[in-house]
Design a binder for this molecule. Structure first.
Ligand SMILES: C[S@@+](CC[C@H](N)C(=O)[O-])C[C@H]1O[C@@H](n2cnc3c(N)ncnc32)[C@H](O)[C@@H]1O
Ligand code: SF4
Length: 467
């Protein structure tokens, strides 16, 4: 029997909720470059009582100078300067959650937002000091900061590097002045290019640019020209996001009211394919649905999300996934911090953290996340990766027997072989339509396995305890 559409949608939503940034707007990464101390061997089995000792850290800066018309991230326009208080609370929550997780090593740090390039560089330094007080943070660990490419953002880059940042992710979004205005951005294309140049001077090979396609009135032709221009100036990493129309945004209202029109779906699909081809021709490998790197400049922080590793989320509205070992926990939890900065500040001051929601993940939910996130990578999920989370049911056992999946394999969208499970080049563009069949099969196999185990348990009990 097939799961109904709502259930599948719920499963996908659940699996994607925490990692929203990695989904369409990009999440961030893991590495051999992080000093070599991260290895698969130390990443212990998620279901075993031996618990994970490493995590990445996401820090959310919740303020922006204004609201871009398309954005529904957790951000607020500050009424007053409360930077010292935010700094103190980010430090305190970092230390509390590190203690709670008992991780001994932070493999990467990502300062996202909001607009973290509004934060004072001393705030960034202070949070990194807090990390180092409670866990090992290698000098080589990737520390990324999202930057809005305004003159003020640009002028602070050098100080951010001094504070410990070694990678910048710059929100270029578009190189068309008119489009930036429609999107409500507070910078020009020229300012964006200058910021990229300065970031490349400071962190050569470690600068990423965010660009959005599928913007109002955008044509496939203009997109091609824009991409060529971008490729002349960008560094070794590009995150490419299709503009998503989010409820509650100004753009959503404008589209609903007929003031603004979005490009048709076939046009955005062509834009995506065109970008993939062009980036490939310029030496960029697509390593994830929205992410491209050359010279191996992949985002290690985001890769850790896609590989299902633990992460700690600090700051208003941040999400985390970790086992709270410090209070005797043995199961990974999905954790969300309080959204509203003033309320979050109060909570951190009162109890050391602003965790609003904690949900223990069942084994199935964990595997759903591992599947949905892992399939976003071009390499997909190899057998060893899957086995870390599902030691008893291998990829072939879970996915090898279904007719729906056989069809996907035969049509060439999906590949299941001795390397593991992954999408083909064509399949990656259709991932959202492939996932439901995979999730249905996963759910079915895991529940059958549970029933078999339950039955076997009953048999054992009857044998050992016949009355
Ligand atoms: C939320 S922003 C934070 C960083 C920074 N404030 C900026 O605007 O660049 C991170 C990225 O999310 C992406 N993003 C935000 N809203 C989006 C949407 N509705 N559709 C697609 N991408 C979006 C943008 O590309 C942006 O660079
Ligand atoms: S600056 Fe970034 S986080 Fe702030 S509103 Fe614009 S897109 Fe959203």
């Amino acid at each position: 029997t097939k799961l109904d559409r709502n259930t599948v949608t719920r499963m996908i939503k659940h699996a994607l909720h925490a990692a929203r940034r990695a989904f369409s707007p990009g999440l961030r990464c893991f590495s051999e470059a992080s000093g070599g101390e991260i290895s698969e061997d130390v990443f212990e089995r998620a279901g075993s009582p031996r618990l994970t000792k490493q995590a990445s850290l996401y820090v959310h800066w919740p303020y922006c100078l204004r609201r871009c018309s398309y954005c529904n991230f957790n951000k607020y326009i500050p009424r007053e300067n409360n930077d010292p208080m935010m700094t103190e609370c980010l430090q305190r929550e970092t230390e509390t959650l590190l203690q709670l997780s008992q991780v001994s090593c932070i493999t990467s740090v990502f300062f996202g937002g909001g607009t973290p390039s509004l934060a004072h560089p001393s705030t960034i330094a202070a949070v990194l000091e807090s990390v180092s007080r409670r866990a090992y943070l290698s000098d080589k660990a990737e520390v990324t900061l999202e930057v809005n490419p305004t003159p003020v953002g640009k002028s602070k880059l050098e100080d951010y590097c001094r504070a410990g940042v070694n990678r910048f992710s710059i929100g270029v979004q578009s190189l068309q002045d008119g489009d930036l205005k429609i999107l409500g951005r507070d910078h020009s294309p020229h300012q964006a290019l200058q910021t990229v140049e300065e970031a490349r001077r400071l962190c050569p090979g470690r600068v990423s640019v965010d660009v959005m396609f599928g913007r109002p009135k955008q044509s496939a032709e203009s997109w091609e020209n824009e991409l060529s221009e971008l490729l002349r100036v960008c560094d070794d990493h590009v995150s490419l996001y299709q503009l998503t129309l989010e409820r509650g945004t100004q753009l959503f209202k404008q589209v609903l009211g007929g003031e603004v029109t979005m490009p048709a779906e076939d046009v955005t699909a062509e834009m995506y394919q065109c970008a993939r081809r062009t980036l490939h021709q310029h030496g960029f490998l697509q390593y994830e649905v929205s992410n491209f790197a050359r010279h191996k400049a992949v985002s290690h922080h985001n890769t850790s999300y896609w590989k299902g590793r633990q992460y700690i989320g600090v700051g208003p509205g941040a999400h985390g996934r970790f086992v709270p070992r410090g209070e005797g926990g043995v199961v990974r939890e999905a954790r969300t911090q309080t959204l509203e900065p003033d309320v979050w500040i109060r909570e951190v001051q009162q109890r050391g953290h602003g965790t609003r929601r904690r949900i223990q993940l069942s084994h199935l939910e964990l595997l759903e996340e591992v599947l949905v996130m892992g399939m976003r990578m071009s390499k997909g999920i190899n057998h060893k990766h899957w086995e870390l989370f599902s030691p008893q049911l291998g990829l072939h056992e879970v996915f090898g027997t279904s007719n729906d999946i056989q069809e996907l394999l035969q049509s060439g969208q999906l590949i299941l072989d001795d390397r593991g499970l992954r999408c083909s080049w064509d399949g990656l563009a259709l991932l959202d339509s492939i996932l439901p069949a995979l999730l249905v099969m996963l759910e079915r196999q895991i529940s059958q396995r549970l029933q078999r185990d339950h039955h076997a348990d009953g048999q054992t009990k009857r044998i050992s305890n016949p009355q």
